[in-house]
Design a protein around this ligand. Structure first.
Ligand SMILES: [Zn+2]
Length: 282
């Protein structure tokens, strides 16, 4: 315990709280605008063990919001997960960081992530969110899902943080997953093209290349890290679902109740066996 380094934390949640943070093994799925903010704050908070998963390389259009990224990362075609690993080690060189530069729906990720104390989903696709909900439900692993968005040309913007804990609720039974987006996520390219012609779906938005701003991502990531902090330190019970409405400049706690008999957080919660999971998602 580096008491001087964390003296301002100890005054808030004490040595035991700091140890609880430091002992957490954290997995971050998605190392983009949200994931980079999240990793930075967790590292400053005192988390020392990370698993980072992201298949993407840094592109020039990421440099408006990818915390820690520089132009050279684009030129060298570096993976986003390596940028975030570098960021964490700049903050705390003794951190243990494992990076996986491929999809989370991959046998090695499914095996490796079983060890985590908590998963953070920082992805931009509801089909991957469904997989992460399924996966963490089977294992009984706490799951915090982050989402930020700018809709209708900026008419609405903000995001939300969903904390699935103890099988009480999840993205599915709180109605936070878009079934059309999930279906699209598991469609072939031909099926997607047919969809686009029939429904005029915006390719730009569905491919995750819509508008995105560093401060909105930062606001959502800060909410998520604060819920993680209150959970690990026991300051209070974390909130299930927080919503940030940027237009109104409000953060509200959802009062919705989860649907009963959810397959994920009720039916398969703590089944433990993830052996067949890969077969559902391909
Ligand atoms: Zn559920």
């Amino acid at each position: 315990m580096e008491e001087k380094r964390y003296s301002r934390h100890l005054a808030f949640f004490g040595v035991e709280g700091q140890k609880a943070i430091q002992n957490a093994k954290v997995a971050i799925i998605g190392c983009g605008g949200l994931g980079s903010h999240l990793a930075q704050q967790l590292a400053y908070l005192g988390v020392r063990r990370f698993i980072l998963v992201d298949a993407d390389h840094v592109e020039e259009s990421n440099l408006n919001r990818l915390i820690g990224a520089i132009s050279e990362d684009v030129e060298k075609n570096r993976f986003k997960s390596d940028i975030i690993s570098r960021l964490i080690k700049m903050i705390s060189s003794e951190s243990s960081v494992i990076t996986l530069s491929h999809s989370v729906i991959h046998e090695s990720a499914i095996q490796l992530l079983q060890d985590s104390d908590i998963l953070f989903g920082c992805v931009d696709n509801d089909s991957v969110r469904l997989f992460l909900t399924h996966y963490t439900s089977i294992l009984g692993t706490p799951y915090i899902d982050l989402s930020s968005e700018i809709l209708d040309g900026g008419e609405e913007f903000g995001g939300r943080v969903m904390f699935s804990l103890n099988g009480e609720s999840c993205l599915m039974c709180m109605g936070e997953l878009d079934q059309n987006e999930i279906r699209r996520g598991f469609s072939t390219d031909t099926e997607k093209n047919i969809d686009d012609r029939m429904y005029g779906v915006s390719q730009e938005l569905l491919d995750g290349s819509g508008p995105s701003v560093v401060s909105i991502n930062g606001a959502v990531a800060s909410l998520a890290v604060t819920e993680f902090m209150v959970w690990r330190t026991g300051i209070r019970v974390p909130k299930k679902l927080l919503k940030y409405y940027g237009r109104k400049a409000e953060i509200r706690q959802s009062r919705d109740t989860p649907l009963k008999d959810c397959y994920y957080c009720k039916g398969i919660y703590k089944l433990k066996d993830v052996g067949q999971l890969r077969n559902y998602y391909h």
